[in-house]
Design a binder for this molecule. Structure first.
Ligand SMILES: [Zn+2]
Length: 223
């Protein structure tokens, strides 16, 4: 992994400076109690050692689930992501990384803390993140049709009480949440899964852009 440095944090309450050494990787197989902290974002919160104020820190972290053979890399800077990309997909990747691919590891890269918890939630729900991205496209498309006043929106998969939802966050607007309809999800699986390689063979970027590119390619093939 790229080298991790200590983070200097300035406390807005007491004005003192403290140092924090972030975790570069978290294996939830070794430390299952860490999963909740990654999901709720509390791994990115620390207490000021002088006054106890809750401080927010941002850092890159690799999430590892050995049982599910899954890795999710969250990079907080482009530079970190480049190094991580080189490590996993570069020409000279080391044998240990090579072995992950041989073992059929599912590898994803995300750019936000929210994106990290979303990927974990999708993984744990046993869903195919590509199908979820395609599902999101359908909903976002409908959202813009119904709400032409919004120009931009981000969609996330969330889970509550065992039920999956898509939450659409329009820029400068209130979030809209809709339940995942299993029939619609199955329909997308039926249509697109035969055209998709095994989920672990894809990556590391499975997001809305991936879904748009995929649909464009399919559309061109159909012409
Ligand atoms: Zn403080």
């Amino acid at each position: 992994m790229p080298e991790i440095e200590q983070i200097t944090v300035n406390c807005p309450k007491c004005g003192k400076q403290s140092k924090f050494t972030p975790r570069e990787a978290i294996s939830v197989t070794v430390e299952p109690q860490m999963k909740k902290k990654v999901l709720d974002g509390s791994i990115f919160h620390i207490s000021c050692p002088y006054c106890g104020e809750q401080l927010f820190v941002d850092y890159s972290v690799l999430y590892h689930d050995m049982e599910k053979r899954a890795l999710i890399q969250y990079s907080d800077t482009e530079e970190y992501e480049k190094t991580a990309y080189e490590l996993f997909y570069g020409e000279h990747r080391i044998e240990a990384v090579e072995n992950l691919f041989k073992a059929g590891y599912w590898i994803r890269f995300v750019h936000s803390q929210k994106g990290l918890s979303e990927k974990i939630t999708i993984l744990d729900a046993g869903l195919d993140d590509r199908v979820v991205e395609l599902y999101k496209i359908l909903l976002v498309h409908k959202f813009f049709k119904d709400h032409p006043e919004f120009a931009r929106a981000k969609a996330f998969y969330v889970r509550k009480d065992g039920q999956g939802y898509i939450q659409i966050n329009p820029q400068d607007g209130r979030p809209v949440v809709s339940k995942i309809v299993p029939e619609l999800y199955s329909e997308i699986v039926k249509i697109f899964e035969p055209k998709l390689p095994a989920a672990w063979k894809e990556g590391p970027y499975i997001d809305q852009q991936w879904a748009l590119d995929f649909l464009k390619k399919e559309g061109e093939k159909a012409l």
